[in-house]
Design a protein around this ligand. Structure first.
Ligand code: ZN
Length: 167
């Protein structure tokens, strides 16, 4: 199988909650930011800055042909030091936090059959559904605010806006 070249041209934005941050595809960054906020504030699970991240232009672990969803900005790894990628399931992420992310368009790597990837949450719904998931997440937590527009203070475009040059 030929090696698939890594291009990583997706437009990105950075979701920020307190000191935690993750660079994601821009369409889902506001949703990720809201889920990070609820993970910490509503469910009391701290997202550590130093072992959390989103965008990463790379192949899947142990592959030279399958591009990681981190390269598309669709995946976030949360607290990898206590939620390792390994055969033996290990995670300190509370089930209600896993459920929160799953309800809003994400697949959890802890559900992979062979090697568990409990740090890993991957957006598997259509990108155009992200604003609806954001609204439903806000409704769930009692908020009534509408979907924020780009540039509003509630989320930043950060290193964002960053576009990679075409190949
Ligand atoms: Zn991951």
């Amino acid at each position: 199988m030929a090696t698939v070249p890594l291009q990583c041209t997706e437009p990105l934005a950075t979701a920020v909650h307190q000191d935690a941050r993750a660079t994601m595809r821009k369409e889902i960054a506001p949703l990720v930011q809201e889920l990070m906020r609820q993970t910490e504030v509503k469910y009391g699970y701290n997202i550590r800055r130093d072992d959390t991240g989103g965008f990463n232009c790379r192949y899947m672990a142990s592959s030279k042909t399958s591009i990681s969803n981190h390269a598309y900005g669709r995946a976030i790894d949360i607290n990898w030091s206590t939620n390792p990628y390994q055969k033996t399931f290990r995670s300190d992420i509370p089930p209600n936090v896993v459920s929160l992310w799953i309800r809003h368009g994400f697949y959890w790597g802890g559900h992979y059959k062979n090697t568990h990837d409990t740090m890993h949450f991957e957006y598997v719904a259509p990108l155009k559904s992200a604003p609806a998931f954001l609204n439903s997440a806000r409704r769930e937590s009692g908020g009534t605010s509408p979907t924020p527009r780009r540039g509003r203070r509630s989320w930043r475009t950060g290193i964002s806006g960053r576009r990679h040059p075409p190949p």
